[in-house]
Design a protein around this ligand. Structure first.
Ligand code: NDP
Ligand code: OXD
Length: 310
């Protein structure tokens, strides 16, 4: 039996080397590159679902995402309904994401974006400065990544609130939940950070109506998925001056098309989906543990709830 892989175009080579080191006896095949017999795939490891792979998944025991997000799998009607889906949920990934969120929050709050534009005009124009505790930050999603980011932002001095679907118990961050909680939180967010999973419910959540609920001058940081954001609504909110800045790491189409108006927008800062990458050694170890568990009939780790879609 083989392990079928679709790997990240840039970082996949490193992962394959780690997988081969961790599971030296396994037969790894790359989808679209290596020959694969139908019915011989024991497990699959997928960075992004590619149509056609489903025909090889009929005897497959589980499919693992190579990262934390599983929308490309669980929202895909081609993925067999009963196939267990696992994901990467590790502390190192959460820490790297939290670093990005803290950097992006200071970038917005200390006006680095405006200073970058002023520099390009050779313009010396100091702006008022305030300490971190003067800024209220809302973090959408209080899962592995959102909670770690919220903690690190609070540690940096920001006044942080979190939002989740269900009530969070025993958290060090004040949290609200559900639609009512969101309506209460948004008017007090100088910066809104999105760390929700993309599901049928959260799709398009960063839209004109949500932006209207934010205070004038608020900034948006989207590090979750491009599908959360209604891009035209964001551009309008920035152009009207209702939002000040947006930091976008994720995009509805990746790589972001050269013709996208987001690239040239003066209030948008773009990074190429690099907020956090699961460390290849950790992915290989987690996957190898699930192979062992699946063979010995034990419960898999980090199984996604296919009904909840995350
Ligand atoms: P988790 O599954 O651990 O957490 C999800 C959180 O979102 C939970 O708090 C959950 O609430 C909340 N949530 C889900 N649906 C809703 C809803 N309808 N309303 C309110 N809250 C909701 O996810 P992770 O923290 O591990 O990852 C989050 C996302 O980050 C990933 O799905 C991925 O898209 C993105 N990501 C981006 C990366 C990048 O480089 N840009 C890297 C890695 C991940 P509850 O607690 O009640 O269940
Ligand atoms: C992930 C990602 O889901 O990198 O891990 O986006």
């Amino acid at each position: 039996m083989a392990i079928l892989c679709i790997l990240h175009p840039e970082f996949g080579g490193d992962l394959l080397a780690n997988l081969r080191r961790t599971l030296p006896k396994e037969d790894f095949r790359i989808f679209g590159q290596d020959r694969v017999e139908k019915g011989t795939v024991e497990a699959a490891l997928i960075w992004r679902f590619k149509p056609g792979i489903e025909q090889f998944l009929e005897n497959t025991r589980f499919v693992s995402a190579t990262g934390a997000g599983v929308d490309h799998l669980v929202l895909n009607p081609l993925l067999p309904d009963e196939l267990p889906v696992t994901r990467i949920d590790c502390e190192k990934l959460a820490r790297v994401m939290a670093d990005y969120c803290v950097a992006a929050a200071f970038y917005c709050c200390r006006d680095f974006h405006a200073y970058g534009r002023a520099q390009r005009r050779s313009e010396w124009s100091p702006r008022p400065m305030r300490p971190a505790e003067a800024y209220r930050i809302g973090v959408l999603g209080q899962g592995s990544l959102g909670y770690c980011a919220a903690l690190k932002l609070a540690g940096a001095g920001f006044d942080v609130r979190g939002w989740s679907r269900t009530p969070s118990a025993g958290t060090e961050i004040p949290t609200v939940h559900g639609p009512l909680g969101l309506a209460q939180m948004l008017p007090r967010c100088d910066v809104l950070i999105n760390l929700l999973p993309l599901t049928n419910i959260t799709n398009g959540i960063l839209n004109a109506s949500l932006f209207r609920s934010l205070p004038r001058g608020a900034a948006l940081i989207n590090v979750a998925r491009g599908g959360h954001l209604m891009e035209q609504d964001l551009i309008e909110a920035l152009d009207r001056g209702h939002l000040s800045t947006a930091v976008l790491d994720v995009h509805s189409v990746e790589p972001l098309s050269m013709s996208s108006p987001l690239w040239q927008h003066p209030q948008i800062f773009i990074t190429p989906h690099v907020a956090a990458q699961a460390d290849p050694e950790t992915v290989a170890v987690c996957f190898s543990e699930n192979i062992r568990r699946s063979r010995s009939g034990e419960r898999l780790l980090n199984v996604v709830d296919r009904c909840r879609q995350y």
